[in-house]
Design a protein around this ligand. Structure first.
Ligand SMILES: Cc1cc2nc3c(=O)[nH]c(=O)nc-3n(C[C@H](O)[C@H](O)[C@H](O)COP(=O)(O)O)c2cc1C
Ligand SMILES: [Fe+2]
Ligand SMILES: [Fe+2]
Length: 394
């Protein structure tokens, strides 16, 4: 089903209620949408496609409005296959449609797809007339990949932002911010941002500044996942600006793993001490919380506390996986507290400390190592660590 956004501009995207893990990594219990937009003027343009298995549904949405073989321009804001997966299907129907994208995206097109269509690469801020409507292409490096751009429909003041300002959650026929519960949108957009875009926070800040500097009117923010903002388009822009800002929040998140409960007990002791000091604590056992939730609660934590048992002389694999996310997603710098338990030679905490310090994170003192069950002395060290964390968050 399509939906008109404004005269001649249509939503033709699809809902995905089938995929369990986005990127095969992050749980999406509410599904996700792949948004695509059709612009009908003297010339017809479609902006972004959808993930491959949804090609037929997408083409049917387009057919409700125009014959897809009449499409003149296929505009690709981003080459990731959740947005280009149906390129082979549309180009089979419209082999003469011109593919429009950034020069960087052109290189990716030839390594990803064998499709015959002609292309036109566009410079930053280049314009293209469709007749009565003008498109302006705004390069948006690393939102989410290096080749990404946004497409602005000048006369209608619609900004098609691709992954930027996106959210998890299928739309279920409710396409606009004034039709959806915003509490859920806020949670699912933050989970999307922290899982997908944390590595590129600097580019989010730069992208927002760039759009502000253009001084363009914006009546609609229409991303490639999640709702279209028409009631309050700046709401999501402001959220993204806050979320990507280097200023962190005043709580401590404890992320730990445990096989038999010793590390769990140490984590609970630390939590109790922190709570008594009035520190807000968020706690995640890596074996039970989806990694997207662990990351969502960690990226902006003023202090991160990580606890691991030693597992075959290494950190517990799932905790290590989390620390690799801290490194790989380039979590903003903040002090990190470490604690762990071991049975004989240890090594788990030591390896985490080495890795974090190599990545220039400050590892707080004391680093607490407990042999099995924490005794009075080690409980004292956890209390000392709690005091140090509370001092940082003051
Ligand atoms: C599969 C397995 C491997 C372990 N490997 C080590 C090791 O290499 N070095 C060590 O000091 N302790 C090792 N231990 C002991 C645990 O690190 C120790 O008992 C720890 O307190 C367990 O914490 P937990 O109860 O939170 O799982 C191992 C335990 C298990 C079950
Ligand atoms: Fe993407
Ligand atoms: Fe995407």
């Amino acid at each position: 089903m399509h939906r008109e956004i404004t005269k001649g501009v249509y939503y033709v995207g699809v809902d995905d209620h089938h995929t369990e893990l986005f990127e095969n990594l992050w749980k999406i219990p509410f599904g996700v949408s792949y948004n695509s937009y059709l612009i009908v003027d003297e010339k017809i343009a479609v902006v972004d496609t959808v993930k491959g298995p949804w090609a037929d549904e997408w083409l049917n949405n387009i057919k409700e409005i125009v014959d897809p073989s009449k499409i003149d321009y296929i505009i690709l804001n981003h080459m990731e296959p959740d947005h280009t997966g149906s390129l082979p299907d549309i180009t089979a129907i419209a082999p003469n449609a011109i593919i429009i994208y950034t020069p960087f995206a052109s290189k990716m097109r030839y390594s990803f797809y064998d499709v015959p269509n002609p292309e036109k690469t566009v410079a930053d801020l280049e314009e293209l007339s469709l007749g009565s409507k003008t498109l302006k292409f705004v390069h948006a490096k690393f939102l989410h990949w290096p080749e990404t751009m946004m497409t602005y429909i000048v006369e209608d003041e619609v900004l098609l932002t691709c992954d930027a300002f996106g959210a998890f959650g299928a739309l279920n026929g409710k396409h606009f911010d004034d039709e959806i519960k915003m509490e859920l949108v806020e949670k699912e957009s933050w989970r999307y941002v922290s899982a997908i875009i944390t590595s590129y926070f600097k580019f989010v800040q730069a992208g927002i500044q760039k759009v502000k500097d253009l001084g363009i009117g914006i009546k609609f923010i229409a991303p490639s996942h999640g709702p279209i903002y028409r009631k309050d388009p700046m709401w999501i822009v402001q959220k993204y600006a806050e979320w990507s800002s280097p200023e962190l929040e005043k709580y401590c998140t404890i992320v730990y793993g445990t096989m038999y409960g010793f590390t769990h007990r140490a984590a609970m002791t630390l939590k109790k001490e922190l709570t008594e000091l009035g520190v807000e604590v968020r706690l995640h056992n890596v074996s039970y919380s989806d990694m997207s939730k662990v990351i969502a609660d960690s990226v902006r934590a003023g202090v991160l506390a990580i606890g691991t048992p030693t597992y075959d002389a290494f950190p517990y694999p799932k905790v290590w996986g989390f620390v690799n996310e801290v490194e790989g997603k380039r979590f903003p710098k903040r002090p990190i507290a470490l604690f762990g338990t071991y049975g004989w030679g240890g090594g788990g905490v030591k390896k985490l400390k080495e890795q974090l310090e190599r990545c220039n994170y400050e590892v707080m003192e004391p680093v607490v190592r407990v042999r099995g069950k924490a005794r009075e002395e080690e409980k004292g060290q956890l209390k000392e660590l709690a005091n140090a964390i509370a001092d940082v968050l003051k």
